[in-house]
Design a protein around this ligand. Structure first.
Ligand code: ATP
Length: 334
C-alpha cells in the first residue's frame, strides 16, 4: 500500500454477525427459503481500506487470508464495481485498490464476505465523495449483493425477514458476552446446509411453519439478560450443520460442560457461539475450550456493536506552503 499521506485512502471497520434466532420456512419458488432471523453484530472485525488505483484489485492479509479469493469474485470487488455502476449521472469514479485485513472466520456462518461488501460500499461512497448516494440507495445495492449485506451496514441487533435482507432494528440496552469457536478447514457452504436441512425435514416429515420472530427472545433482549437470552437461542439450521460436521456436537457439549450459559451454531455454521454472563466467564470458558475442546480458533467478543463504520480518511498531503522570506530585520522570533 502507498504510505499514508501520499495517496488518499479510506478505511472502514466492519464486524461479523451471529444469529440469535434463525427460523427457516419452506423453500420458495425462487429457491430461497423464507427466513425470520435475529442478527447480532459482535466485536470481531475486518478492516477494509480503499484507495484510487489504475486497475481494480483486492489484497487480503490476516489469519484467514489464504481462504479468500483475490479475483473479481471477491464480494468487496463486486460491491465496489456495483456502486460505481449505479452512481448518480455526472459523477466520475476511479478504479480502486481494496485491502482487507481479514479477522472474521471465512465460510463460518458469520457473514464475513457480506461484511466486506458492506464496508466497501461505505468506504467507496466516502472516497468517491458520493455524499448524495443516500442510505436508501446504499441499502438497495446492499440487498442486491447478498441477504446479509444490509444488516452489516446497520449492525447492532436486528430482525431480518424475507431472505434476511429486510432489517428492523431492535433497540436494547446492555451487552452480551460471547466465546466463538471456529474450526479451521471445516467451512460449510450455505446452499449445502439448506439442502441438508430440507433433507432432514423430509425424512422426519415435520410440518414447517411460517417463520416468525420469537417473542420470548425479543423480551429477553430488552433486558440483555444472558440466561433469558440463552434459554431461547435457536437455529433451525443447527441440526443440518451438525449432521454435516458431527464434531460440532462435541464442541457444543464441551462448551456447555465448561460453563457456557448456552451455545448455538451461527447461521449455516460451522462457527459456534457460546453465551456467557461476563468477561470473566468468557476468559474461563475460552481457556477451558482451548485446553479441552475440539481443535479450533477461539475468540472472545461482545455484542451488539455498530455495523460498517468509517475509521480513517487519509487525504493526500498538500505541498507545504513556500517559506516566507524574512524581512530586513530577520525572522520574527519569540
Ligand atoms: P454466509 O453465512 O453469508 O453465507 P459465511 O459467513 O458462511 O457466509 P463467508 O466468510 O462470507 O461465509 O465466505 C463464503 C465464501 O465467500 C468463501 O468461501 C469465499 O470463497 C467467498 N468470498 C468472497 N469474498 C469474500 C470476502 N471478502 N471474504 C470472505 N469470503 C469471501
Amino acid at each position: 500500500m502507498s504510505p499514508a499521506g501520499s495517496t488518499e485512502a479510506v478505511s472502514v471497520r466492519v464486524p461479523g454477525k451471529i444469529n440469535l434466532q434463525l427460523a427457516v420456512g419452506p423453500e420458495r419458488d425462487d429457491g430461497y427459503h423464507e427466513l425470520s432471523t435475529v442478527f447480532h453484530a459482535v466485536s470481531v472485525y475486518d478492516r477494509v481500506t480503499v484507495q484510487p488505483a489504475e486497475r481494480w484489485s483486492v489484497h487480503v492479509t490476516g489469519p484467514y487470508a489464504h481462504r479468500v479469493p483475490t479475483d473479481d469474485s471477491n464480494l468487496a470487488v463486486v460491491a465496489a464495481r456495483t456502486l460505481a455502476r449505479r452512481r448518480p449521472r455526472g459523477t466520475k469514479v476511479d478504479p480502486v485498490r481494496i485491502d482487507i485485513d481479514k479477522r472474521i472466520p471465512v465460510a463460518g456462518g458469520m457473514a464475513g464476505g457480506s461484511a466486506d461488501a458492506a464496508a466497501t460500499l461505505v468506504a467507496c461512497r466516502e472516497l468517491w465523495a458520493l455524499d448524495h448516494v443516500e442510505n436508501g440507495l446504499l441499502e438497495e445495492i446492499a440487498a442486491g449483493l447478498g441477504s446479509d449485506v444490509p444488516f452489516m451496514l446497520h449492525g447492532g441487533t436486528a430482525i431480518g425477514s424475507g431472505r434476511g435482507e429486510r432489517i428492523t432494528p431492535i433497540l436494547a440496552r446492555g451487552e452480551l458476552h460471547w466465546v466463538l469457536w471456529a474450526g479451521e478447514g471445516l467451512g460449510l457452504s450455505t446452499p449445502e446446509v439448506y439442502a441438508e436441512c430440507d433433507r432432514l425435514r423430509e425424512v422426519a416429515r415435520t410440518p414447517v411453519p411460517d417463520p416468525a420472530p420469537s417473542g420470548e427472545l425479543l423480551t429477553a433482549l430488552r433486558r440483555m439478560d444472558a440466561d433469558a437470552v440463552g434459554a431461547v437461542l435457536r437455529n433451525d439450521l443447527q441440526d443440518a450443520a451438525v449432521s454435516l460436521r458431527p464434531v460440532l456436537a462435541e464442541v457444543l457439549d464441551a462448551g456447555l460442560d465448561l460453563g457456557a450459559r448456552a451455545g448455538v451454531v451461527s447461521g449455516s455454521g460451522p462457527t459456534v457461539a457460546f453465551l456467557v454472563g461476563s468477561q470473566a466467564e468468557a476468559i474461563d470458558l475460552s481457556v477451558g475450550l482451548a485446553a479441552n475442546g475440539p481443535m479450533g480458533d477461539i475468540v472472545r467478543a461482545v455484542g451488539p456493536v455498530p455495523g460498517a463504520q468509517l475509521v480513517q480518511h487519509v487525504r493526500p498531503t498538500q505541498p507545504p506552503p513556500p517559506p516566507t522570506r524574512p524581512g530586513p530585520l530577520g525572522p520574527v522570533t519569540g
